[in-house]
Ligand binder design. Sequence first.
Ligand code: NA7
Length: 484
Amino acid sequence: MTAPREPRIVIIGAGVSGIASAITLRRNGLNDFVILEKGSDVGGVWHWNRYPGLTCDVPSQLYQFGFAPKPDWSHIFAPGPEIQGYLADVVDRFELRSHLRLNAEVVAAEFTGSGWRVETGDGAVYEADFVIAATGVLHHPATPDIPGLGEFTGDVLHTARWDDAVPTAGRRIAVIGTGSTGVQVVSALQPKADRITHFVRSPQWVIWAPMWMPQPALVGAVLDRLPQVNQTLYQVGMAGAKLFTDVVTRPSWRRRAVQEFARLSLRAQVRDPDMREQLTPDYQPLCKRQVLSGSYYRALRARNAELVTMGIDAVTATGIRTVDGRHHEIDMIVFATGFQAHNYMRPMNLVGREGISIDDAWAKGPRAYWMTAIPGFPNLFTVLGPNSPTGSIPLHHAAEVTAKYITAWIQRWRAGEFDTVEVTESATERFEAEVGEALGPTVWSTGCNSWYFTEGGNIDLLPFNRRTMESALATPDDRDFRLR
Ligand code: NA7
């Protein structure tokens, strides 16, 4: 019997999925890995996003790794910096720093026939047997090309690239975009702004939720002393999350009840009929990524706030002109216009077997077998890749389950079972067909547009429940792969 060989692994990205991958490798005795991170610190979206009011819309007790529970979250819905701090702490606790290369943007990765050659922007080259692309979904900020933007003499910021040096108090601020980010940043900036104008192209349903509610210190102390109780709470939370998956994936009275609550949230908080009409979306609640807030409508009703649903015609040197010819004098424009959510690893020059580029492979939109394996790209796996359950299942859990699946393949490589593993085209097509069919009854298919949709019009989400995802990723199925 030959001695096991040690796989060299490159993980791209030190956000939630990169950290989950690294820790899973390590727990399985795989230590020859490097994490290449483009940013100057770990945390992924929680590193890049620092805008005022940034809060996670998933309860903190579920927005954490099962293997690294944090008992003492400050709030039921944690603020962004606390999540970034948690992720940095996990990196330290699991001793990942020595594996980490910060400010190391991967510009190219090429399959060599037996493994990968990965290159970073500073010219460093890493040879690897496996690549784990943990590059995230909400990574590339999208800024619309509005006529005249270059003429504007005030400040322009995208929420995902916030600059604390730019003052906001006492200024006339325009916020463009009505997703979770726009709603949060309007709520946070309104109290101190001279004037805040929210430019709303399409109103969103905003479900009332006490985003400010602290987690009582006593709860943290108890959970800290009694890890068993903490574990039970996590399981209870996961069971609750199952209900949410059910609500979005299957029509039922439960879905209708949540949708009714969304309508009630608007009716109860916005009494003015004109304003309410302007804020009423023309699609079903939950169809887009649901926005939660307990402060947005109040902020909009404030005396220094204005809601503008008239389309934007152009930006001028001193403000924004809407299509009705009105000019809004503005000192600062905040783009809360979201992300190019389907770029994944790109613009990295990713080249697989026989010279196929990821742009060619994904010409009709991103696709991967069970979110992780791409035909034509042997020994490469994605974590939270295409069709990940961003709208339905706790993401840390999805990342952990995927990381375990990838690790199972790598361990088989270590045992000498194969040199390269590549998912078949037919298995990927079968998965896509199953996804397509299961998307039918989901609320995402009820007629709206959002970042869930790819340019080709596909819904980039997982329409299955947690158990189905877990069982699909429990053990690699050799029939779906080509082993050489
Ligand atoms: P989203 O949810 O993608 O929202 C982007 C918003 O920006 C949305 O309201 C868009 O309106 C609006 N938008 C985009 N382009 C324009 C232009 N050209 N003019 C006016 N308005 C525009 O991004 P977020 O950052 O809020 O949230 C992303 C996720 O982060 C969120 O779902 C959570 O999971 C966390 P549209 O609806 O296209 O008319």
